[in-house]
Design a protein around this ligand. Structure first.
Ligand SMILES: [Fe+2]
Ligand SMILES: [Fe+2]
Length: 263
C-alpha cells in the first residue's frame, strides 16, 4: 500500500462537494461580520449556523480519521515509535466513532451529508512529510480547535436545553483532549534532542492556529463565536504561554478585522 496519499485521492461519494482551502478562507459568510459573535439561542440565524457547524465537524471527523490513519501507516518505526502508531490507531477508532456520532447529530439537527461544502484543510495538514509537523499542525492546532469548537457547541446545547447535543459534544470533547495530549507528548518526545526541529514544528502550528482563529472569531469572552477552552487545553499539554499566544493573536486579528470593516 502506498504512503503519503495526496488530498485529491481521498475517497468521497457523489454526496460530497469539495471546495479548495483558499475558497474556504476567502468566503466571508461563515464567521464573517454578521456571524462574528456567539450563537445566540434567541437569534433565528443560530439554527443555520449550528447546522453548518455540525456539517463542518462531520467532514472534519472524516479527515481526522484519514489523517490519523496515514500517520499510523506512513512511517517506519525508526521515524515514529511503535507506541505512537498505537496512539494513532486508537485515535482512528475514536474518530470513526465521532464520524458516526456527527452523522446522527446531523440528522438530529436537520442537515444531511453534502448540504454544505467540504474543504480538506485538515487532511492537507496531515500530508506534511515530517511526522512532527503533523503532530503540531493536526494533533495540536486542529485537534486543539476541536476542543474549542466542542466546548462552544456543548455550551450552546446547554443554552438550547438540548441534552442529546450536549452529551454527544461532551463525549467527543473528552476524546479530543486525549488526541491533543498525544500530540503534545509525542512532539516533545521525538524532538527532545532536536530543539530546532521542535521550534520549526511549533512555528507551523502557530501558522495553522492563526488561520483557524477565523479572523479573530476565536476568543475568551462570552461573545466570541468559538470559545478558547483554556482549561481543557491545559489538560491536553498546552503551556499557559502557548494559550496566551493564541488568545493574543486572535485579539489582534479581531482588531484588524474591525478596523478594516470601519472603512
Ligand atoms: Fe474527533
Ligand atoms: Fe480528534
Amino acid at each position: 500500500m502506498r504512503t503519503q496519499l495526496p488530498p485529491q485521492d481521498l475517497a468521497r461519494d457523489e454526496r460530497f462537494h469539495r471546495i479548495s482551502t483558499t475558497d474556504r478562507f476567502n468566503d466571508l459568510r461563515p464567521n464573517g461580520l454578521s456571524q462574528a459573535g456567539r450563537m445566540d439561542p434567541e437569534s433565528h440565524e443560530s439554527f443555520d449556523r449550528a447546522r453548518r457547524q455540525m456539517h463542518g465537524i462531520f467532514v472534519g471527523e472524516i479527515q481526522a480519521l484519514e489523517g490519523a490513519g496515514r500517520t499510523a501507516y506512513d512511517y517506519t518505526t525508526d521515524e515514529t515509535p511503535f507506541a505512537m502508531k498505537l496512539d494513532m490507531a486508537r485515535q482512528c477508532w475514536d474518530e470513526a466513532r465521532h464520524v458516526e456520532i456527527s452523522l446522527m447529530l446531523g440528522d438530529h439537527m436537520g442537515t444531511e451529508v453534502g448540504e454544505y461544502s467540504e474543504a480538506v484543510t485538515l487532511f492537507e495538514a496531515a500530508c506534511h512529510p515530517d511526522p512532527v509537523f503533523r503532530l503540531a499542525g493536526v494533533n495540536r492546532a486542529l485537534e486543539g480547535l476541536a476542543i474549542d469548537v466542542f466546548t462552544t457547541m456543548r455550551d450552546f446545547a446547554a443554552e438550547m436545553n438540548d441534552p442529546v447535543l450536549w452529551f454527544c459534544e461532551d463525549w467527543m470533547l473528552a476524546d479530543e483532549v486525549t488526541h491533543v495530549k498525544m500530540g503534545s507528548t509525542w512532539l516533545r518526545e521525538i524532538t527532545k534532542d532536536d530543539k530546532e526541529r521542535q521550534q520549526q514544528a511549533l512555528e507551523f502550528q502557530r501558522t495553522v492556529d492563526g488561520l483557524f482563529n477565523f479572523r479573530g472569531a476565536r476568543g475568551e469572552t462570552r461573545e466570541a463565536s468559538i470559545q478558547l477552552a483554556r482549561k481543557f487545553r491545559e489538560m491536553a499539554g498546552f503551556d499557559t504561554e502557548e494559550i496566551d499566544e493564541i488568545a493574543a493573536m486572535a485579539e489582534q486579528q479581531r482588531a484588524e478585522r474591525l478596523a478594516n470593516a470601519a472603512y
